[in-house]
Design a protein around this ligand. Structure first.
Ligand SMILES: [Zn+2]
Ligand SMILES: [Zn+2]
Length: 262
């Protein structure tokens, strides 16, 4: 089968959009970039919007749904997510319009098939109206993505442990968060059980739970105020020292390099 390819177009609180596919087609996870940027980014990897078979939304926060209306109305891309997340999108005051066309309702734990990709949504703890991660199988490879989550429970751990390729949040460095000028309310929200994962939580989880099945880790959704790519990398590389895992820190506003999996 045609090799699996992954690229992050944008990752962080300004916008999230990830491509998973092969040389001919693929899917997007989240729609946190504008339609023109999407077109440009797809062209850079030799594809167009016609090669996108579906857009899978993780939750209704604006950095994940910024482009969802034009993706649906201008490019006619099928949008997949849970009914509650669709409701959340249509109640988000920053989304200028309502999404009715091309909606595909999915349920957590019930896989959907898009060509050669099997995609299953699973629950994640975060503060959107509803929040999911995705476990995607292709040609025997297990790709798991969870972009915003406050802590890790057994439901998510089960999928993370099965991953060959894991895209997981590493939002903040605890010390940087404590020392920055955010309000106490915001700090508590970020560090809370339904906020975001810090570098230590992500790195410790992987170090303690993942085995040789895991070959690639992509750290996503880094904070611009409370983290740096260097600090996140240092934290995880120390904890995964001795394991043969390829680590990539995803850039916040620019694409990463396209990765092709052997
Ligand atoms: Zn987010
Ligand atoms: Zn969020």
């Amino acid at each position: 089968m045609d090799k699996l390819r992954f690229i992050s177009f944008s990752s962080g609180s300004d916008g999230n959009c990830y491509f998973l596919g092969n040389t001919n087609y693929g899917i997007l996870i989240d729609a946190g970039i504008g339609p023109r940027v999407l077109k440009k980014r797809l062209k850079e990897i030799g594809l167009s919007t016609e090669n996108i078979m579906g857009v899978f939304i993780t939750h209704d926060h604006y950095d994940h749904i910024k482009g969802v209306l034009p993706f649906s109305e201008v490019y006619h891309l099928p949008i997949f997510t849970t009914e509650t997340i669709f409701d959340g999108i249509n109640h988000n005051y920053r989304v200028k319009g309502k999404l009715f066309e091309g909606r595909n309702f999915i349920e957590k734990g019930v896989p959907v098939q898009v060509r050669d990709f099997t995609i299953e949504a699973f629950e994640v703890p975060h503060d959107g109206h509803d929040n999911v991660g995705y476990h995607i199988s292709y040609d025997g490879k297990q790709f798991v993505i969870a972009t915003d989550l406050g802590h890790i429970e057994e439901t998510q751990a089960k999928h993370f442990k099965e991953a060959n390729i894991l895209v997981i949040e590493s939002n903040y460095d605890l010390q940087m968060l404590e020392n920055n000028d955010y309000s106490d309310f915001l700090k508590e929200r970020i560090a809370g059980k339904y906020g975001h994962l810090c570098n230590d939580e992500t790195a410790n989880f992987i170090a303690e739970n993942c085995d040789e099945r895991l070959t690639h880790v992509f750290l996503c959704h880094l904070s611009s105020h409370s983290n740096t790519p260097e600090i996140a990398y240092q934290c995880i590389s120390q904890k995964l020292c001795g394991k043969n895992i390829n680590i990539t820190i995803l850039p916040r506003t620019s694409p990463c390099e396209l990765v092709e999996f052997e």
